[in-house]
Design a protein around this ligand. Structure first.
Ligand code: COI
Length: 357
């Protein structure tokens, strides 16, 4: 394994966004990217930082035809002292390698890609936005590039990391979202690829999400694929409910993505002495406790949105207002705490934050 990362700087730097209150999500990219290439027998070669540019792929590439592709999403933050930090980056790359194993792809050397991530961010450090709620989104990606139309794992891959400044993921920001309980389409079955961060899971979610949007909802609440009975994820996020004084989230039983924010929320809630259970929760229980006034809060968690409070759940044509349609107390407390740790305003007792400069 070659570990020296070479660097070729761009001679045409792009203008940086001037208005940090209007970054949106996923449209702006920095001046450089990290890339390396894989071939069976040779392993990963030529790790390099290069100018951000289009990539050329053979039209017969396996990744294009059969979806052998995985990615990650993580963020870098600028603290008030101007230092840049990463949040649980190693956990993201460990999940990346789990996704790689599930999709029969080549694993990466975590130390090498962490080093590449840091080198790229430091080179493009002027792209890390400074205001609260903004960050540099980091997107490591692997695609199968071998030209071959038979269905089998590729012998060639490219791995790259692109980065760009982002604000809120949803246009609602922290305002509670309306969600539609999807009782026909499913996101992922147990034994499928739901645990992997792979393109096909997101492609499979689009039709239900578009139909929900047409009806005025922000996101879809996914139910399990076998019985259409148990709540699993919301949109691209993990889902939490507070019923009475207990916080409940779906177990990682094979169809749910092991979210890093999900894990951070579980840890924080435990440390605050609250009851938390990872258990199967039926949509009927959610609705009946909502009717009885026992469903105190519901919220989604993910790297992109951090915490996304749910203000309304619509199931079988009936609307159920959650937490009076407002952001609940726990959602707000978790959001404040996670951001305070990420921006290093608060001490991090968990070892989640790594200052890179
Ligand atoms: C996240 O919330 O981190 C996600 O995975 C969303 C991403 C697909 C934009």
């Amino acid at each position: 394994m070659e570990t020296r990362i070479t660097q070729k700087n761009s001679d045409q730097l792009k203008p940086k966004p001037t208005d940090e209150s209007n970054l949106g999500f996923g449209d702006i990219f920095s001046d450089h990217m990290f890339r390396m290439d894989y071939e069976s027998g040779k392993g990963w070669t030529d790790p390099r930082i290069q100018p951000f540019a289009d990539i050329s792929i053979n039209p017969a590439a396996i990744g294009i035809h059969y979806g052998q592709e995985i990615f990650e999403g993580l963020k870098a933050y600028c603290g008030s002292d101007g230092k840049i930090s990463l949040f649980r980056a190693r956990d993201n790359y460990e999940r990346f390698n789990r996704s790689a194993r599930r999709m029969c792809m080549a694993e990466v050397d975590i130390d090498l890609v962490l080093e590449g991530t840091k080198q790229l961010i430091l080179l493009d450090r002027e792209w890390v936005p400074k205001s609260q709620g903004t960050s540099l989104y980091i997107r490591p990606t692997m695609i199968a590039t071998e030209p071959h139309l038979g269905v089998r794992p590729s012998n060639e891959y490219i791995f790259f990391i692109i980065v760009g400044p982002v604000g809120a993921y949803y246009k609602e920001g922290l305002n509670p979202v309306k969600i539609y309980v999807e009782d026909f389409f499913v996101r992922a079955p147990i034994g499928g690829t739901g645990e992997a961060k792979t393109a096909g899971n997101y492609a499979a979610s689009l039709l239900a999400a578009e139909k929900a949007k047409e009806k005025g909802f922000t996101q879809v609440l996914w139910l399990d694929s076998a019985e259409h009975k148990y709540v699993e994820e919301v949109g691209t996020m993990n889902m939490f409910f507070v019923i009475d004084d207990e916080v409940i989230t779906s177990p990682l039983s094979g169809s749910v993505l092991a979210g890093i924010t999900r894990d951070s929320v579980i840890q924080l809630v435990k440390d605050w002495g609250m009851k938390i259970r990872e258990r199967a929760l039926s949509i009927d229980e959610v609705i009946s406790t909502a009717k009885e006034g026992r469903l105190k809060e519901a919220f989604g968690t993910g790297t992109a949105a951090v915490i996304s409070p749910v203000g309304q759940i619509t199931y079988k044509g009936e609307d159920h207002i959650v937490a009076g349609g407002q952001m609940g107390k726990l959602s707000q407390k978790l959001y404040d705490e996670i951001l305070a740790i990420q921006y290093r305003e608060k001490q991090d007792p968990y070892g989640w934050v790594e200052v890179i400069d």
